[in-house]
Ligand binder design. Structure first.
Ligand SMILES: [Ca+2]
Ligand SMILES: [Ca+2]
Length: 95
C-alpha cells in the first residue's frame, strides 16, 4: 500500500501545475502557427500570406485588405510585415 502514496502525490502535482499554469501562450505552438502563415519562410508574414493561409483554413472573409488591417494592428515597427516577435507579443497581449 505504500506504493499508492507517491502516485497520489504525483497526481496532485500535475493538477497543481495545471491550475497554476501561466495563461501566456506556448512559444513552441506559437512558432508552429507562425511558420504555417509564413509561406515562403522568410521570417515575416505578409498580408498576402496571411489571407491565403486563412483561405486555405476555410476562412474566405480574410481578404488582403482585412489581412493588412490585422497585421497593422500587431505591426509594432510599421514595416507592414509581421515578425515572430510581433506575433508573439500580440499573443501574450491577448492572453
Ligand atoms: Ca513570408
Ligand atoms: Ca513589423
Amino acid at each position: 500500500m505504500t506504493l499508492a502514496f507517491p502516485y497520489a502525490a504525483n497526481l496532485t502535482d500535475v493538477s497543481r501545475y495545471q491550475e497554476g499554469a501561466d495563461p501566456v501562450a506556448d512559444i513552441e505552438e506559437a512558432r508552429r502557427a507562425f511558420e504555417r502563415f509564413d509561406v515562403d519562410g522568410d521570417g515575416y508574414i505578409t498580408a498576402a500570406e496571411f489571407s491565403s493561409v486563412m483561405a486555405q483554413l476555410g476562412d474566405f472573409h480574410v481578404t488582403e485588405p482585412v489581412a493588412e488591417a490585422v497585421i497593422a494592428a500587431k505591426d509594432t515597427n510599421k514595416d507592414k510585415l509581421l515578425s515572430f516577435d510581433e506575433f508573439w507579443t500580440s499573443l501574450n497581449k491577448n492572453a
